[in-house]
Ligand binder design. Structure first.
Ligand code: NAX
Length: 328
């Protein structure tokens, strides 16, 4: 039998947490043969609801679930963590300026980064889901100098999956026929879903579509604004699809991408594709044996260049703002 993996989920009592925890416990995060121990990290007001979720987890009698611990202390929550899913964040409320939002989240992600630095297992992998995800990941990473920087990642897999689904719908293909799609940049409205290297049943997607206007006026805004459309329809923000994407992100990171395909992850830039080193930006990546690599050598056309640059510019501004606040 395999050693259990310690998985910490912050914001465990929230709606993404509720959609996420049961799938982790049933083996979808790491594999059907990997036992897990869950740590639920919440703020004091969230502890009671987290206890309720833990009761339901107990009631599922998941064979792989070897324990649940609930805490409001990051030092306890990340102790021995192998995987950390940072979901809890401070949402933007009405009238809140970006600086206020970044500062409030700094108050969450800086101490969590420090606790990860001091207490997590040596092989810790971090996925930041809570928004603004890329910059929150940067804040946590900066507070964890002893952890290799590349272990801090931000979620753009939901955007990736949304783009796959839109493309499948447009072309009548199955999502499983679509490969090599890329989300570039920030998980925000400036993100750039790129189909110029994507393949649909082996054919170049941009050539299959052959409609730049659809790309610019329909596909890109539909993917980028999907979160708002879900809120409008559901009366609440994406939860199950976000949890699913978090599962996909970590599963792919741990278990590898398929030959001839790649995925999108927000990761610290090494300067590839003109993205300033250190920014946590989304790239096309392949994964293998728990590590990832940026796909190199893609030809970036003018249409893509302008959109990647705009999103990266936004990330640089967020970085400068958190730097000015002393958060990194
Ligand atoms: P909820 O408001 O339902 O839940 C958030 C939970 O986090 C609450 O239970 C709260 O008590 C807890 N929390 C707050 N501060 C905490 C802290 N310091 N430590 C531990 N727990 C803390 O939000 P939910 O719908 O679950 O969304 C969570 C985050 O995901 C939001 O920031 C949201 O913007 C973000 N999203 C990110 C997505 C992505 O693709 N990267 C997509 C979905 C989602 O919008």
């Amino acid at each position: 039998t395999r050693t259990p993996v310690n998985v910490t989920v912050t914001g465990a009592a929230g709606q993404i947490g509720y959609a996420l925890l049961f799938r982790i416990a049933s083996g979808h995060l790491l594999g059907a043969d990997v036992p897990v121990r869950l740590r639920l990290l919440e703020i004091p007001q969230g502890l009671k609801a987290a206890e309720g979720t833990a009761m339901e987890l107990d009631d599922c009698a998941f064979p792989l679930l070897q324990g649940i611990e609930i805490t409001d202390d990051p030092n306890v929550g990340f102790d021995g963590a192998n995987v950390a899913l940072l979901v809890g964040a401070r949402p933007r409320t009405k009238g809140m300026e970006r600086g206020d939002l970044l500062e409030a989240n700094g108050g969450i992600f800086k101490p969590q980064g420090k606790a990860i630095n001091d207490h997590a297992a040596d092989d810790i992998k971090v996925l930041v889901v809570g928004n603004p995800a890329n910059t929150n990941a940067l804040i946590a990473q900066a507070a964890a100098p002893d952890v290799p920087a590349e272990r801090f990642t931000a979620m753009t897999r939901l955007d990736h999956n949304r783009a796959l689904s839109q493309l499948a719908k447009k072309t009548g293909a199955q999502v499983s026929d679509i490969k090599k799609l890329t989300i570039w940049g920030n998980h925000s409205a400036t993100q750039y879903p790129d189909i110029f290297h994507a393949e649909i049943a082996g054919k170049n997607a941009a050539e299959v579509i052959a409609d730049e206007q659809w790309l610019a006026d329909d596909f890109i805004p539909t993917v980028a604004k999907r979160g708002a459309a879900i809120i409008e329809a559901r009366g609440a923000s994406s939860a199950a699809s976000a949890a699913n994407a978090a599962i996909d992100h970590v599963h792919t990171w741990v278990n590898g991408t398929a030959e001839g395909n790649w995925t999108s992850m927000g990761i610290p830039s090494d300067g590839s594709y003109g993205v300033p080193e250190g920014l946590i930006s989304s790239f096309p990546v392949t994964t293998k044996n728990g590590t990832y690599e940026i796909v190199q050598g893609l030809d970036i056309n003018e249409f893509s260049r302008a959109r990647i640059d705009a999103s990266v510019q936004e990330l640089a501004e967020e970085r400068d703002a958190v730097r000015a606040l002393g958060l990194i």
